[in-house]
Design a protein around this ligand. Structure first.
Ligand SMILES: Nc1ncnc2c1ncn2[C@@H]1O[C@H](COP(=O)(O)OP(=O)(O)O)[C@@H](O)[C@H]1O
Ligand SMILES: [Mg+2]
Length: 1011
């Protein structure tokens, strides 16, 4: 038989689709589906041309094996390719490849990405090149690269697609056999299905209907895909008429009705089975007449239910061996590899291929590779392999793939299927290396498969703990429970011990994971105990410092003050040392001390001096970066928090912006990036940029919830978010958010929340006018914080709020608390702390006393970056002045308060100040604005005066030596502040009006007649 036969067997109407191996089959009984495809493609092209948004769709085809999904997808490709400008991407899952990370996405995206011109490629990749590039197999991970968080890869892919889709729109992305897509690709594809609605993208997925056909670990995605599909079709069996037609097209009109009817019954309308049975009928020269219909059932079993014996009979031993090699390789099979794996000569392989094509087992693809005619045949052949043969041949496959220069990543899928129990060092080494490579492309699960297999090899005794350690680390970013268990095993005292350096590292990592899941005490103890047995002084110091760090985050520490004193002693030893001599561990201790001093409310200058001693020219020093694994991100966080609470917010924001970018570049998209958003949200909140704060905090919360329910990160984010909502005047919303997270005593197990949860809870209760509850909660919180030695009134403003809660019933006690808060704030000494404490105190005082307290508060807050706090004090002062009858002053402070509150997006406060004004017959708005000239900055003056002289922006830019866009931005600010465009600017500035050169046209008189 010839190729021609192979291609025409599916029916008379076969045509070759330019790029694809598969013949074009005349599809029967698929009119509805094809109309749906046409409609979807039409709509996409039309909507895209019309500039529509929200036009993406997901088209899902499901059905039994052999029902015609792949054939239908071929039609989709053909239809889509006929559209002008459309880009069609295609990939398919493979039963043998579903453990190969990004197997499907690489097929799908590589052609599109590699076809981009260099500069386009850079734009499409944005900052994600080092994340998406390696995962998509477009480049090697950089030397010294860090492990990638798979969520980071997914986020990067989202970015890349939002860039790519409009450039290649309309874009049709087709994935066949989605049920065999590797987990890494599948989880992105299902996530992207939601996002793609906003893009000019049509997703088309085909997969097996039956849940049992989906590998267990990815079954959930089936539901997601079905849920997200905008058009779904379950493919039906073919009708009797169609099958009869197929039979007669092949065997002629002589085929009798009764025969066709039985045939249709036997194959149950399944086109794959129909084609296979037709082959049998023809091969056996069975007359298609009624008498013979009895034999069809038997023939059908032969056609589909092939056993080892039947394959052997049909192919012979050596050809079957070649088929096995192909079955192991799965899809897109390279002839040279199959040849070597089957240990055949080139000539033998040629014979085998010929035979296999003749037997309709394999076809050849246009690129010269081989493909099974249908995956069912590939599976059938693979499943007939005796176990020993299979594992043995996987070993050969791994070796040959490596020899062919395809790398360990590609070989490792086979390596994990090989025999274990041999104790081969080389295999263990390879598996560990493959695991490391998998981590670099964001495939921790594949890395774990390699390491588990390495453990089963097993490794030599002295390496076992090391492999366990690697196994533990492999799940660090994704699976905390597994990490804890494996690291504990790696540190098991009954096993051959880890190398000392690794022991320290393993202990630190274990403590990190424990801490991140809220087990701070455990985390601290693990480090403390290990430190006692650690001989190496650096290692010991690292563990001691880590144990301090975890204790520092604990709220109910037995010996808080004692530990703080010891930390102080450790720092004293460092104080004399020159900056250059300080190593990362020294600096780590200093950072901890800075935060410790802050929490304790010690003089701010001390905390800042310690923090500054950590930085190198304002930047994080080597070894203490956000993504450095020796110390983790806690230390830079402590530093940033110190700056945040000590009124050096700009410095903190620089650190947090770095964190966001670095986590993004490293692809650490889970808890890390979430925490960085939280920190930035907190800084923005402290600064009074409430809308931005809300945005960052909500993002942090979303990321946290994506990882798991109620992580410490969620607590942090919810706490500050509730505070932000409160500041924006959305009291009910704040309360509901906090309540829905169970934000109430005893709060979250042992971890502390930033800022103090108990103070926040009390504040919320007061806002809800539940003073009794607030009093109880704040009293208890206060007692605990005092015992712990934490007196910072910004981080934990419990005393000031307690005063308010009890003012009505116990005015004297209230005053004591308010004064204590002011006293503590003065000790701490930052402007924002003192101002806020004074403002809170003023709330329980009347008349002139309140005015005086607020005047002082406003004075302090005016010198702090705490914009919102300042606005509140201004409004409070206005109201207090109104109460003592100083209406004019009251009005001025209220106006100032309103302006600042607007700047802060504190809508509630604006409202409150307006009410205050309106209720007492004052104007709720200024009639005129303050003289805008005072608000112009020097650079704004520079452009304004030149613009008035009639210079065009380009000239101004040249004169000032700055970029044109900057000039334009400054001009826009000037016009906005002046309340006037170019024409009125001179008079608004009080400058003589000059003729405008820019408005002059050629031929017009030089002096601008009429001006
Ligand atoms: N609608 C159809 N009409 C006629 N033949 C079909 C039809 N759908 C599929 N076939 C044939 O059935 C066989 C199996 O189809 P395929 O698309 O590979 O099924 P699936 O992908 O669902 O397993 C192919 O040989 C194909 O030519
Ligand atoms: Mg198929």
């Amino acid at each position: 038989m010839t190729d021609q036969y192979n291609e025409s067997r599916a029916g008379a109407g076969s045509v070759r689709d330019g790029e694809n191996a598969a013949p074009r089959t005349r599809l029967r009984d698929r009119d509805a589906e094809l109309r749906s495809v046409e409609a979807a493609v039409d709509k996409l092209c039309r909507d895209f041309a019309a500039g529509g948004t929200e036009i993406g769709e997901l088209l899902a085809f499901s059905g039994r094996p052999g029902i015609g999904k792949t054939s239908l997808l071929h039609e989709v490709r053909r239809i889509a390719k006929l559209r002008e400008g459309a880009t069609v991407l295609f990939a398919r899952g493979g039963e043998r490849q579903f453990k190969e990370p990004y197997h499907v996405l690489r097929q799908l995206l590589q052609p599109a990405l590699t076809s981009l011109a260099a500069d386009e490629f850079r734009q499409v990749m944005g900052t994600w090149e080092e994340v998406v590039g390696p995962a998509m197999g477009l480049k090697q991970p950089k030397a010294g690269a860090r492990r990638l968080d798979p969520q980071g890869v997914r986020d990067g892919l989202d970015y890349v697609l939002t860039q790519l889709a409009p450039r290649r729109a309309p874009l049709v992305m087709i994935v066949d056999d989605l049920h065999w897509a590797d987990a890494e690709s599948l989880s992105w594809l299902t996530q992207f299905a939601v996002r793609s609605r906003e893009l000019p993208v049509l997703l088309v997925f085909a997969f097996r209907e039956d849940e049992n056909d989906w590998p267990a670990g990815i079954l959930d995605h089936r539901k997601d895909v079905l849920g997200r599909a905008t058009r779904k079709h379950e493919l039906n069996r073919l009708s009797l008429v169609s099958v009869t037609d197929m039979i007669r097209a092949e065997l002629g009109d002589k085929a009798e009705d009764a025969f066709c009817y039985e045939f249709w019954n036997v194959v149950n309308g399944n086109p794959f089975e129909a084609v296979a049975l037709l082959d049998q009928v023809r091969d056996q020269d069975l007359e298609p007449v009624e008498e013979n219909s009895q034999q069809l059932r038997e023939l059908a079993v032969d056609a589909t239910g092939m056993t080892l014996k039947s394959w052997l009979d049909r192919l012979g031993a050596s050809t079957l061996r070649f088929a096995w090699a192909c079955a192991m390789l799965g899809t897109d099979i390279r002839v040279d590899l199959a040849t070597r794996i089957s240990t055949q000569s080139a000539e033998g392989a040629r014979d085998s291929i010929k035979q296999l094509r003749k037997q309709r087992v394999l076809t050849q693809t246009p690129n010269g590779n081989l493909e099974f005619v249908h995956p069912l045949i590939g599976s059938s052949i693979y499943n007939t392999m005796p176990e020993a043969t299979r594992t043995g041949m996987h070993g050969v496959a791994a070796a040959e793939i490596e020899n062919a220069g395809l790398g360990l990543l590609a070989a490792s899928r086979h390596l994990v299927e090989t025999f274990s129990g041999e104790g081969d060092d080389r295999t263990v080494r390879k598996l560990r290396r493959a695991a490391a490579e998998h981590l670099l492309i964001g495939a921790p699960e594949a890395a774990q498969r390699c390491l588990h297999r390495a453990l089963n090899e097993p490794p030599a005794d002295d390496l076992k703990a090391e492999v366990l350690y690697e196994l533990g680390c492999s799940a660090l970013l994704t699976d905390p429970v597994a990490t804890v268990n494996q690291l504990k095993l790696a540190l098991d005292p009954d096993e051959v011990p880890l190398r000392p350096a690794l022991r320290v590292d393993a202990t630190f990592r274990l403590s990190e994971v424990l801490a991140h899941s809220g087990e701070l005490r455990q985390a601290a103890l693990v480090c403390q105990e290990e430190a006692e047995h650690t001989v190496d002084p650096d290692g010991r110091r690292r563990l001691q410092a880590a144990s301090f760090m975890w204790h520092a985050f604990r709220k109910s520490e037995e010996d808080g003050p004692g530990r703080s004193a010891r930390l102080g002693e450790m720092c004293e030893g460092l104080a004399g040392r020159e900056a250059v001599g300080r190593d990362a561990a020294d600096r780590a201790v200093l950072a901890m001390r800075a935060w410790d001093l802050t929490l304790r409310g010690k003089p701010s200058v001390d905390a800042l001096a310690h923090a500054d001693a950590v930085l190198d020219a304002g930047r994080l020093p080597k070894g203490l970066g956000w993504t450095d694994s020796t110390w983790g991100f806690e230390l830079p966080s402590m530093l940033g928090l110190t700056y945040t609470y000590n009124d050096r917010i700009a410095q903190a924001e620089r650190l947090f912006a770095d964190a966001i970018i670095q986590f993004e570049v490293a692809g650490w998209s889970g808890a890390h990036r979430g925490f960085a958003y939280f920190l930035m949200g907190l800084a923005r909140f402290r600064r009074g940029l409430l809308a931005e704060a809300e945005d960052f905090l909500r993002r942090a919360l979303r990321l946290s919830e994506r990882i798991g329910p109620k992580l410490p990160l969620a607590w942090d984010a919810v706490g500050v978010l509730a505070d932000t909502l409160l500041a924006r005047g959305r009291v009910e919303e704040a309360w509901e958010l906090a309540s829905s997270f169970g934000f109430q005593p005893p709060y979250h197990a042992t971890a502390m929340v930033l800022p103090d949860a108990a103070s926040l809870y009390g504040k919320l209760l007061i806002a809800m006018k539940r003073h009794a509850g607030a009093a109880a909660a704040l009293t208890e919180a206060g007692a605990q914080l005092e015992a712990r030695g934490w007196h910072n009134t910004v981080w934990a403003p419990w005393a000031g709020h307690l005063a308010i809660a009890i003012a009505a019933d116990e005015p004297d006690r209230a005053r004591e608390y308010a004064q204590k808060a002011v006293h503590d704030a003065r000790t701490f000494g930052t402007a924002s702390a003192i101002g806020t404490a004074l403002r809170l105190h003023a709330q329980i005082e009347d008349g002139q006393q309140a005015v005086e307290l607020l005047e002082e508060a406003v004075m302090h807050l005016g010198q702090s970056p705490a914009g919102y706090e300042h606005a509140v004090a201004l409004v409070d002062l206005g109201a207090a002045l109104r109460r003592v009858g100083r209406l004019e002053d009251a009005q001025e402070y209220l106006y100032q308060g309103i302006e600042l509150a607007q700047h802060c997006s504190a809508e509630g406060l604006v409202e409150q100040a307006r009410r205050e004004l309106a209720n007492y017959g004052l104007r709720p708005n200024r009639l005129g604005l303050a003289d805008f000239r005072e608000t112009l900055s020097k650079p704004e003056w520079d452009v304004a005066t030149r613009a008035v002289q009639g210079l065009p922006p380009q000239r101004i830019a040249e004169e000032l030596g700055v970029h044109l866009s900057l000039v334009n931005r400054r001009l826009a600010a000037v016009y906005r502040k002046a309340g006037s465009g170019p024409d009125g600017l001179a008079s608004a500035l009080g400058l003589p009006v000059q003729p405008r050169q820019t408005a002059r046209h050629e031929g017009e008189p030089e002096d601008g007649a009429g001006a």
